[in-house]
Design a protein around this ligand. Structure first.
Ligand SMILES: Nc1ncnc2c1ncn2[C@@H]1O[C@H](COP(=O)(O)OP(=O)(O)OP(=O)(O)O)[C@@H](O)[C@H]1O
Ligand code: SF4
Ligand SMILES: [Mg+2]
Length: 388
């Protein structure tokens, strides 16, 4: 049986069309800060996500980067309904899923699945791989009749480059990269349209990272999947993403295509992040200018007024404390025909080239996108035999 049968998206919903499949509008998540034991009193809120909006088109990858604590995982958890937003909308194919409950919510949730960061803790050590990958069928029995599940799980193992005979093994019998493949197979079990991958390769060795990223790309091409891909590593995000959103303190502060963001950044925070990317070429490294940010990220419980980045921005002026900069094409670039013309939440946006050299060196060339011919594409091999 061809593996595609196990994971192919529903008819008429492939990634060929570049329509938004997901629209996130002004998403907010505030965690209450309380005082007192018996009589809890709210004294404030951690503004983990504070007005995030973006579109995800069918078949594309939206990369999300930003420092630790800026709200990436909170956004991810809201997308897969592990957390309810404080306010805002998440529209899946035009329907606001934050208002759904019961059966309607369950039906939509099938289409948006998550791949977690740590393959060591996200798999139950007492369950066999077959039970782990087939677990979603317990919640959605309509996706696979009982008699068919074993074959479907074996198909999924095959799709992610693992031996279908491993179905009765336990997670500890696999390497880190292989475990992440198991996590990806579980994410594919219900034939989702969208995968939210939260730091899916951060816990893996660099060589294995490339294999898992290549696997995700191959699966995207085969099944027209859309990805929200979260990572600290800017090189990996550039490699896999069609578009990138840069987050700072609960908000997206700059967004555009990978070329717009990496080669033509206009927001000082993006410029500082990029200036910290390691440059492999020693000569380029010598000529690059590092932008060192002063101070720590402010507390999300008490973010600065106006522009949230102003306490660390070397360009901050009075206006920055008074006026929140909107995420839009800055006036200075509105009439120019240049990749600098993209959304940037800065009153004084200007283009600075900060990255000499290649930011994708350890992953290699990006594989062709859906619709492109890919005659030479190969299956990624699992990384060595699994320790028994
Ligand atoms: N359940 C919670 N209760 C209170 N605060 C929370 C909760 N979950 C997250 N936060 C806070 O919300 C902010 C955003 O956290 P989040 O985990 O989304 O960041 P992140 O960008 O994913 O960081 P990292 O890169 O470290 O994974 C942080 O300040 C975090 O401490
Ligand atoms: S709005 Fe002001 S503080 Fe914010 S990034 Fe732009 S220059 Fe810096
Ligand atoms: Mg996180």
């Amino acid at each position: 049986m061809p593996p595609a049968e196990a994971v192919a998206p529903a008819p008429g919903t492939t990634g060929a069309a570049r329509e938004p499949i997901l629209q996130v509008k002004d998403l907010v998540k505030h965690y209450p800060l309380t005082r007192g034991v018996l009589f809890k009193k709210q004294i404030g809120a951690v503004k983990a996500v504070d007005g995030v909006s973006f579109d995800l088109r069918a078949g594309e990858t939206l990369g999300t980067v930003g420092e630790s604590g800026c709200g990436k995982s909170t956004v991810a958890r809201m997308l897969v309904n592990l957390e309810r937003p404080t306010s805002g909308q998440i529209l899946y194919q035009g329907e606001d899923i934050t208002r759904l409950s019961g059966r309607a919510l369950k039906a939509v949730r099938r289409n948006i699945q998550m791949v977690f960061q740590d393959p060591y803790t996200s798999l139950n050590p007492r369950m066999t791989v077959g039970d782990i990958i087939g677990e979603p069928y317990e919640i959605h029995p309509e996706a696979a009749p009982k008699g068919d599940r074993r074959r479907k799980v074996q198909d999924l193992l095959d799709v992610v480059g693992l031996n279908p005979e491993f179905i009765n093994r336990y997670p500890h019998q696999f390497s880190g990269g292989q475990r992440q493949r198991i996590g990806i197979a579980r994410g594919l079990a219900l034939q989702p349209q969208i995968i939210v991958a939260d730091e899916p390769v951060s816990a893996l060795d660099v060589s294995v990272q490339a294999q898992v990223v290549n696997l995700l790309e191959r699966l995207q091409n085969e099944f027209g999947l859309s990805y929200v891909f979260i990572a600290h590593d800017l090189s990996i995000v550039r490699h896999i993403s069609d578009r990138v959103g840069v987050m700072y303190l609960g908000r997206i502060i700059e967004t555009g295509t990978d070329t717009e963001i990496y080669d033509h950044p206009t927001h000082p925070y993006t410029q500082a992040l990029l200036s910290a990317v390691p440059v492999p070429d020693p000569e380029a490294r010598e000529h690059r200018e590092r932008i060192l940010l002063a101070g720590d990220v402010p507390s999300p419980a008490d973010p600065p007024s106006g522009c949230r980045f102003r306490t660390r921005c070397w360009k901050a002026r009075e206006r920055c404390a008074l006026e929140v900069p909107l995420l839009a094409v800055p006036a200075v670039f509105r009439d120019v025909d240049s990749p600098a013309r993209h959304d940037s939440a800065c009153h004084f946006a200007e283009e600075i080239h900060v990255v000499p050299g290649n930011t994708t060196s350890h992953i290699g060339e990006r594989s062709p996108r859906p619709g492109a011919t890919s005659p030479g594409e190969e299956r990624t091999a699992p990384e060595g035999p699994s320790p028994a």
